[in-house]
Each structure stands twice: as structure tokens, then as C-alpha cells.
Design a binder for this molecule. Structure first.
Ligand SMILES: Cc1cc2nc3c(=O)[nH]c(=O)nc-3n(C[C@H](O)[C@H](O)[C@H](O)COP(=O)(O)O)c2cc1C
Length: 330
């Protein structure tokens, strides 16, 4: 069985990779990920705010100590909550690169144009084989247009591209009026990959304490569907490799991701829940299932459920919408 795939110009032994998460903070976890069969490891992000932490600390102090209302303060993460600072982050990449043979993908996370993008170069110099760029941005300004939001990402990509020669994958959100058009534009601007999608954390409200509550809930396989739909629609329109991220918990989820056209499938919540060795179970079961179903390779299976042969996917989507509503019986 040929489980190999290529992603961002890297040859991977299988399509299952460990996505950006704090698992990489402990070398023991990284060792276990590699030993269990992870094909690549994505570092958790180095955040713009960590790089510009001095300004941020000053800002947080002046803004929130003057107005110490708990609502405002509770939205603001504390700097000590970011586990590795920039230097330790780069050190960690070096250590991981020394330790493992599988590719290591760095991750840089920010939303504005500025000096932080130069850290892409440091991540490359530390040994990362590729870079994931996460522009996690919640458009809170109603005067900012959709095009301006997109331009923000295009400009950051352009800046980061100037810094590195390693391939860059953009981790994007699903919240664009036309995700396919956005994906094509990133492709045209030289993104080697798209990670679909970012998972946005939605704060809840604690009505007793009158503050936002930030309980991180892990995903489940239901979240996979949004990814499946968009990858199925987009993958045949772009050259960039697509990595599915969000809701992949089982080998079946990985199969679905590949069938809609993903080159790799990233797993995070399932590994945080079951431990890093769990990736081995996914890979073993994927192998077995493909054998039983007489597939010869991942490549043979890839894209078989994409919408590239569908003459008009919007009509197809609309028909399914009608069908699903009419199936409900009261
Ligand atoms: C505890 C935790 C930390 C994360 N840290 C990062 C991060 O630093 N950078 C990033 O791009 N995504 C980060 N993510 C998002 C994951 O990489 C992934 O996109 C998301 O969890 C959806 O995948 P899943 O359904 O497999 O969990 C984090 C997720 C969790 C649960």
C-alpha cells in the first residue's frame, strides 16, 4: 500500500500530520508523534504579539489598568499564557529538527504589517522545512470592507515571502464571501499550500461574573463537514496543496479529507484527547481500510469525491439543501 503523499514540496510517508498545538512544547511528545507514524509536525504558532510583546504589555497596562472593567480585561490574553517566547520557540525548532527525521513546519501567526514578519526568516534558519502562516483575524471594524480584510492577508503573504525560500501555507478561515475566489487569489500570489480551516474560538459569557469565558473546547468530527465541502469545491481550481484542519478524529475522517482532494490531514483535538500515540492508530487503520477496499495508493483515492466533475456545484449545493430540509418529518 502506497500511503505517500506530497505536501508543500515535501515527500511525506502518509497524509496524517500533527497540526499546530502545544504538543510540540515537550520533546517526549514529539518523539512519540514520530514513532507512532506522524508524517510531519506543525509547530504551534509564534504570535505577532509575542514578538512585539513590549508594546503590547505597555498597551495592556495603560488601557486596562486605567479602565479596569472586567469585561475589557477579560478579552485580553496575558503574555505569560504564551508558553514559548520567540527565542525559546526558535530553540525548540532546532531541538526538534535534531531529534526527528520527519519534516517540521514552523507557524507564524499575526494580522498586521510589521517587523514581526521578519521572524519567518529566523524560523527558516532554525531549520523549519516549511512555514504555516496563520492570519487569525476577527473583522470587528464594520467600516473595514471584505476586500480590505483579504488585502491584509495578501500583504502579509507578500512580506513573509520576501523573508523566506521555504514553501508557505496559509491557514485560512472559512468566513469569506467567496472562499474559492480568495483561495485562487492566494494561489496566484504564491501560496504553496492552504490549510483549511482555522478554528475560531467563540467566547461565551459568564453572566454572574460579567466577563467573557474562554473555555477551550476540543472539536469533534461534525466540524469536518465544513472542511469537506470547501475542499471538494476548491481543490481542482488551485495548484496549491490543501491540508485539511478541523474535525479530523478518525481514520474515516482522514479518508474523507483525501477523497475531497486534501494532500494532508492535520489532527489536533484527537491527539490532545487521546495522546500523541493515537496518530499511529489512525495511520494503521487507514492502511488497513485502503487494503480492504483495494486502493493501491493515497493518490488514487485523492479527489474522488471532489466537485471538479460537477457542472455547477452551486446548483448541486442548492439541491442538497432542498432535499435535506424536505427530509425532516414532524
Ligand atoms: C490547545 C490548542 C492550541 C492551538 N494552538 C494553535 C497555534 O498555536 N497555531 C495555530 O495555527 N493553530 C493552533 N490551534 C488550532 C489547531 O491547529 C487546529 O487548527 C484546530 O484545533 C482544529 O483542528 P482539530 O479539530 O484537529 O483540533 C490550536 C488548537 C488547540 C486545541
Amino acid at each position: 500500500m502506497d500511503l505517500t503523499t506530497t505536501y508543500l514540496g515535501l515527500k511525506l510517508k502518509n497524509p496524517v500530520i500533527s497540526g499546530a498545538s502545544p504538543l510540540v512544547d515537550k520533546l517526549d511528545n514529539v518523539r512519540r508523534l514520530e514513532d507512532s507514524g506522524a508524517a510531519a509536525i506543525v509547530m504551534h504558532s509564534l504570535f505577532e504579539e509575542q514578538i512585539t510583546s513590549q508594546q503590547l504589555a505597555e498597551f495592556a497596562h495603560t488601557e486596562f489598568s486605567a479602565d479596569s472593567s472586567s469585561e475589557a480585561g477579560s478579552y485580553f490574553p496575558r503574555m505569560e499564557d504564551y508558553v514559548l517566547g520567540p527565542d525559546r520557540y526558535l530553540d525548540q525548532i532546532r531541538k526538534i529538527k535534531e531529534m526527528v527525521d520527519i519534516p517540521v513546519i514552523g507557524s507564524l501567526n499575526g494580522t498586521s504589517l510589521g517587523g514581526w514578519t521578519r521572524h519567518a526568516k529566523l524560523i527558516q534558519e532554525a531549520g523549519a522545512d516549511a512555514l504555516e502562516l496563520n492570519v487569525y483575524y476577527v473583522a470587528t471594524n464594520p467600516d473595514e470592507t471584505g476586500m480590505e480584510v483579504q488585502m491584509r492577508t495578501f500583504n502579509i503573504l507578500e512580506e513573509v515571502k520576501k523573508e523566506v525560500t521555504i514553501p508557505i501555507a496559509l491557514k485560512i478561515s472559512p468566513y469569506y464571501s467567496s472562499p474559492g475566489n480568495f483561495a485562487k487569489a492566494l494561489d496566484a500570489r504564491g501560496a504553496a499550500g492552504l490549510v483549511m480551516f482555522n478554528r475560531f474560538y467563540q467566547p461565551d459569557i459568564n453572566i454572574e461574573e460579567l466577563e467573557a469565558s474562554h473555555k477551550l473546547e476540543l472539536s469533534n468530527s461534525v466540524e469536518l463537514r465544513q472542511r469537506l465541502r470547501w475542499i471538494a469545491i476548491i481543490h481542482s481550481h488551485i495548484k496549491a496543496d490543501i491540508s485539511l484542519s478541523g474535525g479530523a478524529h478518525t481514520y474515516e475522517d482522514v479518508i474523507k479529507g483525501i477523497m475531497v482532494g486534501a494532500k494532508t490531514v492535520q489532527v489536533v483535538s484527537a491527539l490532545l484527547k487521546h495522546g500523541p500515540d493515537y496518530i499511529g492508530e489512525i495511520v494503521t487503520k487507514l492502511d488497513r481500510w485502503m487494503e480492504e477496499h483495494e486502493y493501491e495508493s493515497v493518490e488514487q483515492m485523492r479527489g474522488s469525491m471532489g466537485l471538479s466533475n460537477c457542472p455547477d456545484p452551486s446548483v448541486y449545493e442548492r439541491a442538497n439543501y432542498l432535499k435535506i430540509l424536505q427530509l425532516w418529518k414532524v
